[in-house]
Design a protein around this ligand. Structure first.
Ligand code: KIV
Ligand code: NA
Length: 277
């Protein structure tokens, strides 16, 4: 790949072009993202849904995140990598949150961690981590880890109560030291307002074109799951269909004895073979 210096936080914050972030969960995902030249890779806890087959992010553990982030890092040594702290690993006090974040940084080579929410407790964690030199990306709007408490996976900020909470949460995260904030599933005009208010870059998913950057779950943009169309994502490929068709073609050739061919097989000298009879 063309050698390229990893983006620094000031470079990310002063980028003239919208920031491009994609998720990755393994070595090939890291390689593809880095080769494509994205600005940031997110090892998201969407890992639980798109890779581990859970129906929410709640079962994902710190060990899961570390295992996968290490593989991503091996595939993308030169890209700014953010790793999600999963549910429950930063909610039991500032010290526990600090310990989780340090473990992720030390064991994966992450450049930053991300956490959801802007409660007073979370803001205190963000402040402590950032004061101790751990870059934190915030996340407001729809927050999958606590979606049940938000009334399910639904757009946030349509009414003035949740709109105000989302705006104030983002502002407070910046004040607490977050270097960037993800805005998930909020109306585009609210995302525009938040992006104007914040000095640090907003990164949107389902938050309109006015954010300072965009993030998508790679499996959504690749179309890994057939029939799983999402409003907030665009399918730039149909990898799921291609994968299934490739496996079907292989299966048909095996069953018809068309694979393997001579080209896929090894030869042996006749005299060697003769000694075996
Ligand atoms: O886990 C994830 O993939 C995320 C993005 C959707 C922002 O948090
Ligand atoms: Na996440």
């Amino acid at each position: 790949y063309p050698a390229r210096m990893k983006r620094s936080i000031p470079e990310l914050q002063h980028s003239a072009a919208p920031l491009v972030m994609v998720t990755a969960y393994d070595y090939p995902g890291g390689r593809h993202a880095e080769a494509a030249g994205v600005d940031l890779i997110l090892v998201g806890d969407s890992l639980g849904n798109v890779v581990l087959g859970y129906d929410s992010t709640a079962p994902v553990t710190l060990g899961d995140m570390i295992h996968h982030a290490r593989a991503v890092r091996r595939g993308a040594p030169g890209t700014f990598m953010v790793v999600d702290l999963p549910f429950g690993t930063y909610h039991t006090g500032v010290q526990d949150a600090m310990r989780s974040a340090v473990k992720v940084i030390q064991e994966t080579g992450a450049d930053a961690i991300k956490m959801e929410g802007a409660t007073p407790e979370i803001l205190q964690v963000v402040q402590t981590l950032t004061r101790n030199g751990i870059p934190v990306m915030g996340h407001v709007g729809l927050m999958p880890q606590t979606a049940t408490a938000q009334g399910g996976l639904r757009v946030q900020g349509k009414d003035d109560g949740t709109a105000r909470a989302t705006l104030e949460g983002a502002v407070a995260l910046e004040a607490a030291g977050a270097f960037s904030v993800v805005l998930e599933a909020i109306p585009a005009r609210l995302a525009n307002l938040i992006s104007e208010r914040l000095h640090v870059p907003t990164i949107g998913i389902g938050a309109g074109v006015g954010c300072d950057g965009q993030v998508l779950v790679t499996h959504d943009l690749l179309g890994v799951y057939e029939g799983d169309e999402k409003k907030i994502a665009k399918r730039y490929a149909e990898i799921g269909r291609l994968s299934r068709e490739a496996i079907e073609a292989y299966a048909a050739e095996v069953r018809g004895r068309h694979f393997p061919t001579k080209e896929n097989s090894f030869v042996m000298k006749d005299d060697v073979l003769g000694k075996l009879y």
